[in-house]
Design a protein around this ligand. Structure first.
Ligand code: ADP
Ligand code: MG
Length: 385
């Protein structure tokens, strides 16, 4: 349920006893293509979605931060003093918003004390980056209320720092970049080596298309260790190929790599190198206004993650295969793998059939029911009241 700005303002007043100075919203994101390329200095192509997180905020005269969320299990305000905050000191969900204010300080910007109330329509833990939506909404609010005038590219880094050092999750810049630099009807073509971003037209609804998210609701226990192992394989591959990162390798270098690397490392490297090429192909397709042509690239991306990178699961393969059989134009797992969600590009008219087919296939396989819903490219982060 989406609360209106007025409803959230009233709730803020109930919780804090005062009126907010303003409301700021930041969207979640979905990654169209470009998986495990970010930490290899490569390319990703996410887009901001219509689901977003809104924060109502008011400046305080002291240096305290008080934060509450409509989604947090208890209603209590989490309170900290900005002057005595240390890396990793905040536990639980409040580490995200408070981490942003801490990271601003680390980057040399002075943030005033704040009261914050968070509300969100981004599903949590479904691979749509509710975490970045929360960070970016708070970062925009703090930026405006402090008058610091921090450029958005720097706010991306501040969000990442909060997540890396206060929350302790080793994530890249993709999610924050999509949320802060995204725009309605566009994807964000992000170069993770330079941090440069460009908007690429993605008018799915005009083309009669929708992107379905199929959340398998299964995350395997070894997801964290599997992610770390893949990062190590990529580092090793780059070292053996004498390049600073796998980004430096082109598809034409793979023949040489095949001779130098053992079979498994070679397959890991081949995924990253071909995935970077697929992202660039996807951008070409979108620049030519042909979003339906993304389909084969999504299919190839999934095959590469399944066969070369080894991060798919039975549930994700079932979701992808069933969606394709039921008429999806393309489908692939999205996110880090070892569970989580898949995406499927579909004609709007085919979406109900695909959804029913996936639900049926999961039921037949005696798997927990997946959650299937559509997403469309939405606006980037902005002040809303
Ligand atoms: P994802 O970003 O894919 O949704 P993460 O595990 O990275 O999943 O982030 C989810 C966490 O972010 C939640 O467990 C919670 O701690 C925090 N979070 C996100 N949105 C909210 C919110 N609206 N209120 C409180 N906490 C939130
Ligand atoms: Mg996240």
């Amino acid at each position: 349920m989406r609360r209106t700005p007025l409803e959230l303002s009233h709730l803020f007043t109930e919780r804090t006893g005062r009126e907010p100075d303003g409301l700021w919203s930041a969207p979640g994101r979905v990654n169209l293509i470009g998986e495990h390329t970010d930490y290899n200095g490569g390319f990703v192509l996410p887009f901001a979605i219509e689901q977003s997180t809104t924060v109502a905020a008011a400046v305080r005269k002291d240096r305290l931060v008080r934060v509450a969320s409509t989604l947090a299990p208890d209603d209590a305000l989490v309170t900290v003093d900005l002057d005595s905050l240390e890396e990793g000191a905040v536990q639980g969900w409040a580490a995200y918003p408070i981490g942003v204010l801490w990271a601003m300080g680390q980057r040399g910007y002075r943030c005033p004390g704040l009261d914050l109330l968070v509300d969100s329509t981004v599903p949590i833990g479904a691979g749509l980056s509710s975490s970045a939506a929360l960070e970016c909404a708070v970062a925009l609010a703090a930026n405006d209320l402090s008058g610091a005038g921090i450029p958005r590219r720097e706010l991306v880094i501040i969000g990442q720092l909060a997540e890396n050092l206060m929350v302790g999750a080793p994530t890249g810049i993709m999610d924050q970049a999509a949320s802060l630099l995204g725009d309605a009807g566009h994807a964000v073509f992000l170069d993770c080596r330079s941090g440069d971003a460009r908007l690429v037209p993605l008018e799915l609804d005009a083309a009669g298309l929708v992107l379905l998210v199929i959340d398998t609701r299964v995350t395997h226990e070894h997801a964290t260790s599997g992610y770390a192992a893949r990062r190590r394989s990529c580092e090793l591959g780059a070292e053996l190929m004498s390049v600073p990162s796998l980004r430096e390798l082109a598809v034409g270098d793979l023949a040489e790599a095949a001779g130098l690397l053992d079979e498994e490392i070679f397959r890991r490297v081949r995924h990253v190198v071909t995935e970077n090429a697929r992202v660039q192909d996807a951008v070409d397709v979108l620049d030519r206004g042909r979003p339906a042509d993304l389909g084969p690239l999504l299919v190839a991306s999934h095959a590469s993650m399944r066969d070369d990178f080894g991060i798919s699961t039975a549930e994700l393969d079932l979701a992808v295969d069933t969606a394709l059989e039921a008429g999806a134009l393309g489908a692939r797992l999205t996110g880090g793998g070892f569970g989580g969600a898949a995406i499927a590009l579909a004609r709007v008219d085919d979406a109900p059939t695909i959804r029913a087919a996936v639900e049926q296939a999961f039921a037949t396989a005696a798997l927990a029911a997946p959650v299937v819903f559509g997403v469309l490219p939405g606006a980037g982060a902005a002040r809303v009241a």
